[in-house]
Design a protein around this ligand. Structure first.
Ligand SMILES: Cc1cc2nc3c(=O)[nH]c(=O)nc-3n(C[C@H](O)[C@H](O)[C@H](O)COP(=O)(O)OP(=O)(O)OC[C@H]3O[C@@H](n4cnc5c(N)ncnc54)[C@H](O)[C@@H]3O)c2cc1C
Length: 486
């Protein structure tokens, strides 16, 4: 296809990166660090979704919600406190303050200082070597498309008449909706449902699948659903949305649940049913760059699109919609784009963790039981429950489990699911062990401070060790001690 275009004889840049979100920023950083001439084009805000509408604002909002919940639990800790009322405008001001504090990390000033030429505007590919931004045409040896993703609206009758909220628009909400309907039980839906319920909305969560967080084991979805129900959220799984009625922000959604129709009235509805690749206006059709069935850009294991010198990373290509996955891919995309003529690196997703910041938090790396079963991979599952962990008990957070999957008879880690307090943080030790081939005996042989949440890792390693002590050795030890007693 590139044969249809004329290759320039000289190039303005070694690399043009389209999009200054997690994927684009890291691509540009790596290229500049390697002394390449790199141009980074951003049409909206530096930092992309993660900083402005994704990870950062959502975690800041969750923090306020957790504070509200802690106050509500005051009596449990022997304290007296009055009723809690969230001032959503103030909560959102804090959210924006948090963004402003992190913004300099992703700013034009910082990246210019690193040697990146930052250009504001919409980029469009004219050929595999030419990128137009307004009137300017930049010639380049290679291109990295890091244009990210955007919320996708489900095709439901009546939805166009409703002023729905999504992860882009949520952050300008100034008053708390008395009744919030959350459509979607994935990570964003679950995090926001719990946060808004804790801030004071009456939340109904509608999920088409049979469990929350459907990528996780059913017991994880069930644990979270039980916690949500205890928090007062109406969790409606196995529910097919049929149609919206009403106009403006408020309305009603009719669903089919177990064969019966049910109508849920709401003041606001947050649609969190998925995100699609942001590709409009990039000129991909002209270049014949292929997409996958879900609209993401098709890339090979070197993150090359169907145009060999055009690479893609982050949400625009997937398969993970995570900041650290985008940053991980960016190294491969930028390195292959700059040095692929000499050596190429295939992207490695084998040990890629993720977390969902509900309470309890859910974290996973590698295989879970459901996937192991589906792929007929023989595994042993070792568990440790947080209600046995001293620190979780002192913190009033003794809920959840660590599940470690190992090959039968082996101490090597194939996957870990952690549900519990700060699961995303505590799991890091097992991610490290898995990444570097350290077995559970090494985790068990490591001294952990008492009482910490990370002792859960040592405890699960201990459970594995106990299950693998040879019975003959124990019998021998018993006989030895008997003999010593005389
Ligand atoms: C509510 C929410 C919570 C999240 N929480 C987490 C979390 O806790 N942890 C986690 O790991 N992930 C989280 N994510 C996902 C994470 O935000 C994304 O995976 C990440 O931002 C993807 O980065 P990206 O660089 O691929 O895309 P983006 O961040 O979307 O950046 C793409 C950039 O490209 C620009 N662009 C697009 N087209 C053009 C063009 N033609 N010309 C110039 N610029 C262009 C866009 O303006 C945008 O700034 C969350 C997402 C949401 C929505």
């Amino acid at each position: 296809m590139s044969g249809a275009f004329r290759k320039p004889r000289r190039f303005d840049a070694n690399l043009v990166v389209i999009g200054a979100g997690s994927a684009g920023l890291v691509s540009a950083y790596i290229a500049a660090a390697a002394k390449a001439k790199v141009v980074l084009v951003e049409q909206h805000r530096m930092g992309g979704d993660c900083l402005n509408t994704g990870c950062v604002p959502s975690k800041a909002l969750i923090r306020s919600a957790r504070a509200a919940n802690n106050i509500r639990r005051a009596a449990e800790f022997g304290l007296r406190a009055g009723p809690v009322e969230a001032d959503l405008a103030a909560v959102m001001r804090r959210v924006q303050d948090v963004i402003a504090r992190i913004e300099p990390h992703d700013s034009i000033e910082r990246y210019t200082g690193l040697g990146v030429e930052c250009v504001q505007g919409s980029a469009r590919l004219l050929s595999p070597w030419e990128v137009a931004v307004g009137e300017r045409v930049i010639t380049t040896r290679a291109i990295v498309i890091a244009s990210g993703g955007e919320p996708a609206l489900p095709a439901l009758p009546g939805i166009d008449a409703i002023e729905t909220l999504n992860s882009d628009s949520l952050w300008s909400l100034a008053t708390l909706p008395p009744r919030l309907l959350v459509l979607g039980g994935g990570p964003i839906g679950c995090e926001m449902a719990q946060a808004f319920q804790r801030l004071g909305s009456a939340v109904t969560l509608v999920q088409t699948r049979s469990q929350l967080l459907p990528r996780e084991d059913p017991e994880v979805g069930a644990l979270l659903a039980a916690r949500f129900a205890a928090d007062g959220i109406a969790v409606l799984t196995d529910s097919q949305p049929l149609r919206f009625t009403g106009t403006g922000p408020a309305g009603a959604l009719t669903i089919n649940r177990n064969g019966a129709e049910q109508t849920i009235a709401f003041d606001r509805v947050l649609v969190a049913t998925g995100r699609r690749a942001r590709t409009t206006g990039l000129g991909l059709e002209v270049l014949g760059i292929e997409r996958n069935a879900d609209g993401t850009l098709h890339t090979n294991r070197y993150l090359q699109t169907t145009q060999p010198n055009v690479y893609a990373c982050g949400d625009v290509t997937g398969p993970y919609q995570l900041t650290h996955a985008a940053a991980h891919q960016a190294w491969y995309a930028a390195t292959n784009a700059l040095f692929g003529g000499w050596r190429r690196f295939a992207v490695d997703y084998s040990v890629l963790p993720w977390a969902v910041y509900t309470e309890p938090e859910v974290a996973r790396v590698g295989l879970n039981e459901t996937e192991a079963r589906a792929c007929s991979i023989a595994v042993e599952v070792t568990r440790f429950d947080f209600d046995d962990l001293d620190r979780a008990i002192t913190d009033g957070a003794a809920e959840g489990v660590v599940k470690v999957l190992t090959p039968p008879g082996s101490e090597l880690i194939l996957g870990v699911t952690t549900v519990g307090p700060h699961a995303g943080d505590t799991q890091a030790e097992l991610v490290l062990a898995m990444r570097h081939g350290l077995g559970l005996r090494k985790v068990l042989g490591t001294i952990h401070s008492y009482p910490t949440l990370s002792e859960s890792n040592r405890a699960v390693a201990g459970a594995w060790q106990r299950a693998h002590l040879p019975p003959w050795l124990l019998q021998l030890a018993e006989r030895y001690h008997g003999w010593r007693r005389g």
